[in-house]
Write a protein that binds this ligand. Structure first.
Ligand SMILES: Nc1ncnc2c1ncn2[C@@H]1O[C@H](COP(=O)(O)OP(=O)(O)OP(=O)(O)O)[C@@H](O)[C@H]1O
Length: 292
């Protein structure tokens, strides 16, 4: 388990992270969501031990990444840029990774390179941006590290490669016993795969959500009326959108009181729609969207 406990960090005398707390359970995907500059990269770099926290503590399986650096064999950080890899060839990088990650699985690595039609010779710098992104994930999962930290793994990629990458992550987490943290500014991408979402805003954890719980807590209903959309619905519950006589509202599961309000005007349509995380964030967190 990763425990981030009251972590504070300043860079150039500016407070980047302030009293950040959250935990990552084994075998789960945690999404760290926040706008550009929210502090996601700084947080991931601290968890992987690249930079130190000013205050607070970070432990991985009960060990401090700073005081017990052996634990770093169990953590791999994949930055949003592959610049650090560009001088290596597909073969050379294995030697380098094996010195840092003794359990690196070469068979797995070459099998996946085959699967995704990578050449087994050649330099990493010759790959396209999408190939580099996928390659760095293959490399990370081949380390056999228990904790994989991915900084914006799909940023700037086209929809096809984005889908491949998200599917690859989901499949590998299902197969291997790993925990993944993915940072992103795209709530919509993360909600499909994350078990747990941590929302970072201005350097603090603004909210945390367990996806399973959330889906059981709320429902989204589309209602339409013969006459104008009743104004008191707005006073009672969160109206996500409204156009003429049709509205989409967010209510709690088993909220009989609000359901009665919706039904008292004899709706001509009353239909439950699939709930997205964005719906809840828009309604409950003041409409502050993290989706680009
Ligand atoms: N070395 C540094 N010195 C000073 N300030 C820094 C440094 N690195 C980052 N920052 C500042 O810290 C804040 C958080 O940056 P960080 O890269 O962690 O955010 P982020 O959420 O990952 O953003 P993005 O999505 O744009 O990568 C930003 O305001 C950034 O300008």
């Amino acid at each position: 388990m990763i425990k981030v406990n009251n972590v504070t960090k300043s860079l150039d005398r500016t407070r980047i992270l302030d009293q950040v707390n959250f935990q990552v359970q084994p075998g789960t995907i945690t999404g760290v969501v926040g706008r550009n500059g929210a502090g996601k990269t700084t947080l991931l770099r601290m968890i992987s031990g690249i930079i130190h926290a000013d205050n607070g503590s970070i432990s991985v399986d009960g060990k401090s990444v700073y005081r017990e650096p052996d634990i770093k064999q169990n953590i791999v950080f994949v930055p949003d840029s592959t610049d650090a890899l560009k001088a290596y060839s597909v073969k050379e990088i294995v030697k380098f990774y094996k010195t840092v990650y003794p359990s690196f699985d070469e068979t797995y690595y070459y099998n996946l390179l085959d699967k995704f039609n990578f050449k087994k010779t050649g330099k990493i710098k010759q790959m396209s941006k999408g190939q580099k992104a996928l390659f760095s994930l293959i490399l990370a999962f081949a380390t056999n590290a228990q904790y994989i930290l991915l900084d914006e793994p799909t940023d700037g990629l086209d929809v096809i490669i984005k889908k491949d990458i998200l599917q690859f992550i989901a499949e590998e987490v299902a197969k291997q016993d790993v925990s993944v943290i993915i940072s992103s500014h795209r709530l919509d991408e993360l909600e499909k795969m994350a078990d747990h979402i941590v929302v970072l805003k201005d350097g603090t954890v603004e909210s945390e959500v367990e996806m399973e719980e959330l889906k059981q807590q709320y429902k989204k209903v589309q209602v339409a009326y013969h006459d104008a959309f009743p104004s008191d619905i707005q006073e009672h519950m969160d109206v996500l959108s409204q156009s003429g006589r049709v509205g989409v509202v967010l209510i709690k599961e088993n909220d009989e009181e609000n359901e009665a309000v919706l039904r008292q005007y004899d709706p001509i349509l009353f239909e439950e729609l699939p709930l997205t995380l964005e719906d809840v964030f828009v309604a409950k967190l003041g409409g502050d969207l993290y989706v680009s």
